[in-house]
Design a protein. Structure first.
Ligand code: SER
Length: 313
């Protein structure tokens, strides 16, 4: 039987991944943890206050609860990271490196750690970015993710740790709130469209970025974690693709439901981050190795987002 620990369970991915894992493995077998108080959607299931950088506490919990799978989701994202680069590096790297060691010593069966399109940088080919290509990230977040990927691969090769990872594109969701990313505009825009009928975007209208609806991202994560180990041909992180759109195109999609919706543009420092990232991703390796296939296109996502946000009120 699996016993799962999620670190950073109250974040944008954490809330939905916790719910999905509880559905798959049983609520009592999935311990959600975060430095913050429990998210209301996590309900009555097991929850613990944990700091992702507190190795002593993590080691103790993983041993005591006989944890077999760990999901480390706590991180400082791209835009927040640029405000205090050393803090972002410290939190992102310390949490991962300590946990890699703990997982080896405690014989944890599987570790999941997310990477990001932010590993790529201005010198990377921007269109259909390959799995292996020029990687010179321009943000501290991207540097920490790429270094982390290399450490995951190292722990797999050196100690046999079954660590798995995905390079998520920008994630769009209505349950948990996004936390300080450059792609967050694609979530804010739906909230503001419903509340105010207008949105001021911090990226320029023709800035294309790879994106994905959260339902697809959660399914990808579960599918990767369930895939037979021998199918996985990389222990770096898998490129993962679903959508590629610009602020103008998401606004057009929203207008099909809210005809009077208006968008204006006031690009800030996040424009430069976005311009350093790919516009679209080649994820053939994920499709080949473990059968990845996205389900949501832009209009299907818009319809689902607006319906759920309306119901939520
Ligand atoms: N969504 C993230 C960010 O914008 C990318 O991984 O920082």
């Amino acid at each position: 039987m699996e016993k799962i620990l999620i670190i950073g369970a109250c974040g944008q991915i954490g809330v939905e991944l916790s719910l999905a894992l509880r559905q798959a493995f049983g609520t009592s077998n999935v311990i959600a943890s975060d430095i913050r108080p429990p998210h209301p959607l996590l309900g009555e299931g097991p929850f613990m206050n944990l700091n992702a950088t507190d190795a002593t506490a993590l080691n103790e919990v993983i041993g005591r609860e006989q944890i077999s799978q760990v999901y480390l989701l706590a991180a400082v994202l791209s835009a927040t990271g640029e405000q205090n680069p050393m803090r972002a590096w410290d939190i992102n790297m310390k949490s991962l490196l300590q946990l890699l060691e703990i997982c080896v010593h405690q014989k944890v069966k599987k570790l999941y750690w997310p990477s990001s399109i932010a590993v790529f940088g201005p010198t990377t080919p921007h269109s259909d970015t390959p799995q292996q290509t020029i990687v010179e990230p321009g943000t501290v977040y991207g540097i920490s993710k790429y270094a982390g990927e290399l450490w995951c691969q190292y722990f797999h090769q050196r100690y046999g740790l079954d660590v798995r990872s995905l390079r998520y594109p920008g994630l769009i969701s209505w349950k948990g709130d996004p936390g300080g990313g450059t792609t967050d505009y694609a979530v804010e825009i739906y909230h503001d469209a419903l509340k105010q009928g207008r949105y001021t975007c911090f990226l320029k209208e023709n800035t294309y970025l790879p994106m994905m609806y959260m339902e697809d991202a959660i399914r990808a994560t579960l599918e990767l974690m369930e895939a037979p180990a021998e199918k996985l041909s990389t222990r770096m992180s898998y490129n993962l693709s679903a959508l590629s759109f610009s602020p103008k195109e998401i606004a057009d999609s929203i207008r099909k439901h809210i005809p009077g919706f208006e968008i204006s543009y006031a690009p800030d420092f996040r424009q430069q981050i976005a311009e350093g990232w790919p516009q679209s991703i080649d994820d053939r390796l994920a499709r080949h190795d473990w059968g990845w296939k996205p389900r949501f296109d832009l209009d299907a996502m818009t319809a689902d987002m607006l319906q759920h946000l309306r119901e939520k009120g």
